[in-house]
Design a protein around this ligand. Structure first.
Ligand SMILES: Nc1nc2c(ncn2[C@@H]2O[C@H](COP(=O)(O)OP(=O)(O)OP(=O)(O)O)[C@@H](O)[C@H]2O)c(=O)[nH]1
Ligand SMILES: [Mg+2]
Length: 685
């Protein structure tokens, strides 16, 4: 593509900016502040939190944070922007991951408190991994106590490229203490005083800051000179570089991921927002750069979310890249089948506006494209490579059913839609317990999902902790006779078997064999005996499936008229039932291996949380490539995992998470087993 072409396109194309960072950092407030500062919103706070094409606002308000991806549009000085406001809490973050992946730039919103810097690690890591250009906005500067320097020192190890401080704070002291009341822009060398409810006022650089300003600016220029030889020469010659040079370098640092600019302000006060918008206007790469990053070479559409929430029906949200697309255009998907793009809409919060065509870079919603799922490319030419999104592990699980039986069909319909909207959810039917299980990232995520089902589809869902996959096995071998005889006039039933039951090593499951001589049990009835044995194993003496046993059929007797498959099956079941009871049965519980990660300041509390759950520590150490984070490996019985996720979340600002998978079955102590069996009996009484 010729350079002029690229530049022209990038001048008009919508810039998609993703707001990412920890829960409660102020992303939604920042989005509103940007809309307000650009004139797209009459009054700050009027969109409410978490308005989206879905109907998340009620949800978000109840929760006090966003639960769904939220899209907004505004123009700033003639440049169209689209905002992707991502929920910060890990339970809901997966919702926006695909939209972030196709953004031109991300703003990582962080808290000024250096102690909270590790909360930004997941966002920074994801952006670095995917090569998404980004900058950092330090929000809540109105409440800042520590120094920006200290914050940058805490953030730097979490970032792959150097952080570039773009501003230094002006502080004033009043009755309530020292406060940030404005900033000096290091690139422009201009000072601004924040004004309540108004744009900041240009002021002289306070004399007591002159020295600090000079040294910080020198540092900024030196950082830029690392990637700009002619700037380096200018600095060596003691020449003052032109502002245009500095801004061009800053833009390149951002778009090529050479450096991460750090700006600060306050979303709720509207401070530093214009400065941020100007930085976006000059420095955010446009759609052409993003096409290059994602390998888009022809007009294409990437779907990042399916939404059933609005009144239009099924909508697919996505971005146009590589050229304009009109309503009704024909594109091709991975299977090369043509897909006709239906009605196009632009999305603003929970409102949609019909479009005849969508320009390169536009963030839009498409109706009537039934086959299209989220995370897929459609293109007029070759398909761009798939975008890899890391799915968070599903650590929470609930057994669910409609509170009212007659809502069965309604519930399956609701689940199908909700699962399509949120790929981090999964549904499973457990074979053993026949439970319908809803799996999600964490408890909060599942609770949010059930609330959504109720509000949107009017289905009340009953839920409980899923049953644990306990098993039974035996300690000693037993020989047992089983006899089934019924003589009730006419045709009788007759079958007698003798079996040997013996324990097997853990994990060997079940083996059945026979040593019948002299036709004591006729050949054709032997499979029926095995079936009877299996019947008895489905529910051992303690009420759970039996594993790791061998059964050998050694003897028996039959009757030429009254014997039948059914009679021998029954005899096999009776023999096995009695054998199990006599073979010193014991209880086994599933043990999971968990791999837990958390910020280091939460490690000791996370360790005791695992130990308190009959956990067995396997290892602990720093998390690879994550400064300030640790990893803990442990074995924990499945029955003890209930509530672990919530406990970890509360002790780590929502950042600790774990992956669990089945490791082995372990014997349950006699005391524990008795408690369990009794509580189960009470439940079933
Ligand atoms: N003092 C102060 N409070 C702020 C500022 N920005 C946001 N807040 C408050 O911080 C809280 C959280 O802000 P949100 O915008 O909902 O945070 P978020 O990042 O969208 O959070 P999630 O959606 O949960 O990820 C709100 O109560 C805001 O009023 C700020 O600049 N100064
Ligand atoms: Mg939010």
């Amino acid at each position: 593509m010729p350079r002029e072409d690229t530049e022209m396109k990038d001048n008009i194309g919508t810039r998609v900016i993703a707001l990412v960072g920890p829960a409660g950092a102020g992303k939604t407030d920042l989005a509103e502040a940007m809309l307000f500062a650009s004139g797209a919103l009459q009054r700050q706070g009027s969109t409410g939190h978490g308005t989206s094409v879905g109907d998340s606002s009620a949800e978000a308000r109840a929760r006090g944070g966003s639960t769904e991806l939220n899209l907004m549009h505004f123009d700033f000085l003639g440049q169209p922007f689209a905002l992707v406001d991502a929920p910060g809490s890990i339970g809901f973050a997966a919702d926006a991951a695909r939209a972030i992946a196709i953004a031109d730039l991300a703003i990582v919103v962080v808290d000024p408190d250096p102690a909270r810097a590790p909360l930004a690690a997941p966002a920074l890591r994801m952006l670095d991994d995917q090569g998404i250009p980004h900058l950092i906005f330090v929000n809540r500067i109105d409440q800042a106590h520590g120094s920006i320097r200290e914050l940058l020192e805490a953030l730097q190890p979490l970032s792959a490229s150097p952080l570039i401080a773009r501003q230094i704070p002006i502080r004033t002291t009043d009755a309530s203490g020292e406060k940030v009341s404005g900033f000096v822009d290091l690139a422009l060398e201009r000072a601004y005083q924040y004004q309540p409810g108004k744009p900041s006022e240009a002021v002289d650089i306070p004399p007591d800051l002159a020295e600090r300003e000079a040294s910080e600016r020198t540092h900024l220029l030196e950082q830029l000179a690392d990637h700009d030889d002619s700037l380096l020469e200018q600095l060596l010659m003691d020449e003052t570089p032109a502002a245009a040079t500095i801004f061009a370098d800053l833009a390149r640092e951002t778009s090529e991921n050479l450096g991460v600019s750090v700006l600060f302000g306050s979303a709720t006060n509207g401070w530093g927002i214009r400065r941020l918008l100007k930085a976006l206007r000059h420095e955010a790469p446009g759609p052409a750069a993003t096409c290059y990053r994602l390998g888009v070479e022809a007009p294409a559409f990437y779907s990042f979310k399916v939404s059933h929430g609005g009144n239009i029906g099924r909508l697919v949200l996505g971005r146009i890249l590589g050229g304009a697309i009109e309503e009704g255009s024909e594109l091709r998907g991975a299977d090369r089948q043509p897909v006709r793009v239906g009605t196009l809409f632009s999305v603003q919060g929970d409102k949609t506006v019909k479009l005849a065509s969508a320009a390169d870079g536009a963030l839009i919603a498409v109706a009537k494209v039934d086959g299209l799922k989220s995370g897929q490319w459609l293109s007029r030419g070759d398909l761009p490579p798939p975008i890899e999104i890391e799915q968070p592990p599903r650590n929470a699980c609930l057994a669910i059913e409609p509170a009212d039986r007659k809502d069965d069909v309604k519930l399956s319909g609701a689940l199908a839609r909700i699962l399509e909207e949120d790929p981090s959810l999964a549904i499973e039917q457990d074979e053993m317990s026949h439970e319908l299980r809803l799996k999600g990232v964490n408890d909060e995520h599942l609770r949010g999902t059930l609330a959504r089902i109720k509000r949107r589809y009017g289905v009340e869902v009953a839920h409980r902790t899923p049953s644990i996959g306990y098993r039974e096995s035996i300690r000693r071998p037993v020989t047992q006779r089983g006899r089934h005889k019924k003589q009730s006039g006419g045709h009788g039933q007759y079958g007698v078997v003798v079996i040997e039951l013996a324990p097997l090593a853990r994990g060997e499951g079940f083996r059945f064999g026979e040593r019948i001589t002299g036709g004591a049990v006729p050949r054709q009835y032997i499979p029926a005996v095995e079936q009877g044995v299996r019947d008895a194993m489905a529910k051992g003496p303690m009420g759970f499936p039996v594993v790791d046993v061998a059964v050998t059929l050694t003897d028996g007797s039959f009757h030429s008229v009254d014997s039948s498959e059914l009679a021998f099956r029954t005899a096999g079941r009776i023999a096995m039932h009695d054998a199990l009871a006599a073979a010193a049965p014991y209880l086994l519980e599933p043990v999971q291996k968990i791999s837990l990660t958390c910020p280091s300041n939460a490690t000791s509390r996370a360790t005791s949380a695992t130990a308190g759950r009959r956990g067995q520590m396997l290892g602990m150490g720093p998390r690879e490539d994550w400064a300030g984070w640790d990893r803990i490996d442990a074995l924990i019985p499945e029955s003890e995992l209930d509530g672990l996720e919530a406990e970890l979340r509360s002790l780590s600002h929502g950042l600790a998470s774990y992956e669990a998978r089945f490791d082995h079955l372990a014997e349950v102590s006699a005391g524990q087993a008795e408690k369990l069996v009794r509580s189960r009996e009470a439940e079933h009484a």
